[in-house]
Design a protein around this ligand. Structure first.
Ligand SMILES: COc1cc(-c2[o+]c3cc(O)cc([O-])c3cc2O[C@@H]2O[C@H](CO)[C@H](O)[C@H](O)[C@H]2O)cc(OC)c1O
Ligand SMILES: O=c1ccn([C@@H]2O[C@H](COP(=O)(O)OP(=O)(O)O)[C@@H](O)[C@H]2O)c(=O)[nH]1
Length: 479
């Protein structure tokens, strides 16, 4: 049996590249049906637009190449990035990916593509793949909630004339309780914004794909996945098959970093520590950091707080936190017996897997959320950017794995100390009903996330269906 070459097209930055490589590894793994061995996976590496990201992506590609996992890489020729939309991130990403189309087409011919799997920002290359009759799948790195909203967006545009930013009501996303307009992702807030237009475009284009592969677990979002499959998001049209193969998380060799924060956790009682961490782009100024410090001090909870400071000029990445500038005077001294502030990138996966951790205050990035649920950890959602406000709503109102936190979106996602203290107590102390429910539900999700990828589990089965579809499509397209 000849092996079928599956090409992966991640968005240019390293976060989505890592997620797609991880999905590629799963495609290659032996699912017990021999299909994985009959596939070859090649990642088309898009040159990022900034030198900072080029270095990150190169380092990551070299690491994966050296690891010998069998995923191959093919670097696409450099393309001039658009210069008139650098501040509209979604527009920039979408247009930059669309400009790759001729090179993707050439690579598909050169490498003999049996299928193409593209990042959700890259639906602009679907036509090029169609011209070659290469079956094309979208890889969706976020929730079924966002997918349902994006599929529904072209119709919503006609139903709700106001901008979501100005709208006070709720939005109907099939499979979710009514979504307050304030939980719709910020980049969809204004219809006149090109970012919004691009999300409507991607939502439409998903319908043209041969399938949508999504980093979720069927049992985590059953109502949403049913609503998508039943055609409730795009009435009257058949949605492509959806393959929930998550959690797609790089577990790698278990990190055993000897970082001080891990040794500190080793000395804490089981499930006693609240972990706070805000993703690759989350940072706090002194005003927000003071509210957090006050909340933590008053709550009496043990805590490990990954705190980072504002990006340097010209960068989007947070910097190592200057604790003297960010924290209230005397805070570290007063809490030293029960808390640790970690001023840089934290070994998050290792922390979340530590027995001493009992809860997680998170920016609700979908990877962080899955990493947390895989360990059965309940959450306090503090969304900051991208689609995280929608994730936060879903975690509380649909999955029930988080206690609510009032985040003031109009004040740059400000949270008052008293509000955070309430949520922390609710999550970490025995007394509250909402905390008990979130802990119970999150504990159930631990088994759900683990069982899904085992033989007979829902994600394992979805992966087998996907491999079968790819092999079938490859056989059908042979002359
Ligand atoms: C989901 O909606 C958006 C996601 C992103 C986005 O894009 C992105 C691109 C990269 O090349 C590297 C990244 O690390 C990255 C991260 C990112 O946001 C996070 O994506 C995660 C999934 O991988 C997860 O869903 C997190 O919640 C996101 O915070 C960007 C964006 O607009 C700029 C989105 O609308
Ligand atoms: O201090 C940090 C911050 C983030 N992460 C990792 O970075 C990823 C963040 O992805 P997510 O989707 O949660 O959010 P994003 O950063 O993309 O917004 C996750 O794998 C985290 O484990 C980490 O290891 N240490």
């Amino acid at each position: 049996m000849a092996s079928a070459n599956v090409l992966l097209l991640p968005e240019a930055g390293s976060g989505h590249l890592m997620s797609l490589i991880e999905a590629g590894k799963r495609l290659l793994s032996d699912g017990g049906d021999g299909e994985g061995r009959a596939l070859t996976v090649t990642v088309l590496v898009v040159r990022p637009a900034t030198a900072e990201s080029v270095a990150e992506v190169d380092a990551h590609v070299r690491r994966v190449e050296a690891s010998g996992i069998g995923v191959r890489f093919h670097r696409l020729p450099a393309v001039e990035p658009p210069t008139d939309c650098v501040d509209n991130v979604q527009e920039f990403k979408s247009r930059y990916m669309q400009l790759q189309a001729p090179h993707v087409k050439a690579a598909a011919v050169e490498l003999g593509a049996a299928a193409l799997i593209v990042d959700f920002f890259a639906t602009g290359v679907l036509d090029a793949a169609r011209e070659l009759a290469v079956p094309t799948y979208v890889y969706f790195t976020s929730t079924a909630g966002l997918l349902a909203l994006m599929l529904r967006l072209p119709a919503l545009e006609e139903e709700i004339s106001d901008d979501f930013e100005e709208f006070d009501g709720t939005v109907d996303v099939p499979g979710l309780p009514p979504v307050p307009a304030g939980s719709v992702p910020g980049f969809m807030g204004r219809k006149a914004s090109p970012n919004y237009t691009w999300f409507v475009y991607h939502g439409r284009r998903f319908m043209d794909a041969d399938g949508i592969i999504i980093n979720t677990v069927a049992e985590l979002e059953p109502g949403l996945l049913a609503a998508i499959a039943d055609g409730r998001c795009v009435p009257g049209r058949q949605v492509p098959p959806v393959y929930p193969i998550g959690p797609v998380i790089d577990l790698g060799v278990k990190e055993t970093s000897n970082e001080h924060c891990i040794r500190w956790l080793d000395a804490q009682p089981p499930a006693s520590v609240l972990f706070l961490c805000f993703g690759s782009m989350g940072w706090f100024d002194a005003a927000k950091a003071h509210e957090v410090a006050t909340a933590l001090e008053r709550s009496g909870s043990r805590f490990l707080w990954a705190l980072r400071g504002p990006p340097a000029a010209g960068s989007r990445h947070p910097t190592e936190a200057n604790l003297d500038e960010l924290l209230p005077e005397g805070f570290l001294e007063r809490t030293k017996e029960r808390g640790l502030v970690w001023p840089r990138w934290a070994p998050q996966k290792e922390i979340l897997s530590h027995v001493a951790v009992g809860g997680f205050v998170t920016h609700c990035g979908w990877n962080s959320t899955l990493e947390s649920l895989r360990h059965g950890l309940p959450l306090v959602p503090w969304p900051l950017y991208a689609e995280q406000h929608l994730n936060a709503f879903e975690l509380v109102a649909d999955m029930g794995v988080a206690v609510p936190l009032e985040v003031d979106r109009k004040r740059d996602n400000f949270v008052e100390a008293a509000e955070l203290e309430r949520a922390v107590r609710s999550l970490m102390e025995g007394g509250s009903e909402e905390g008990r429910k979130a802990r119970e539900k999150a504990a159930e999700m631990k088994a759900v996330c683990r069982n899904a990828v085992e033989d007979g589990g829902s994600s394992h089965a979805a992966l087998q269906r996907l491999r079968g579809a790819i092999r079938g499509g490859a056989a059908a397209s042979l002359p």
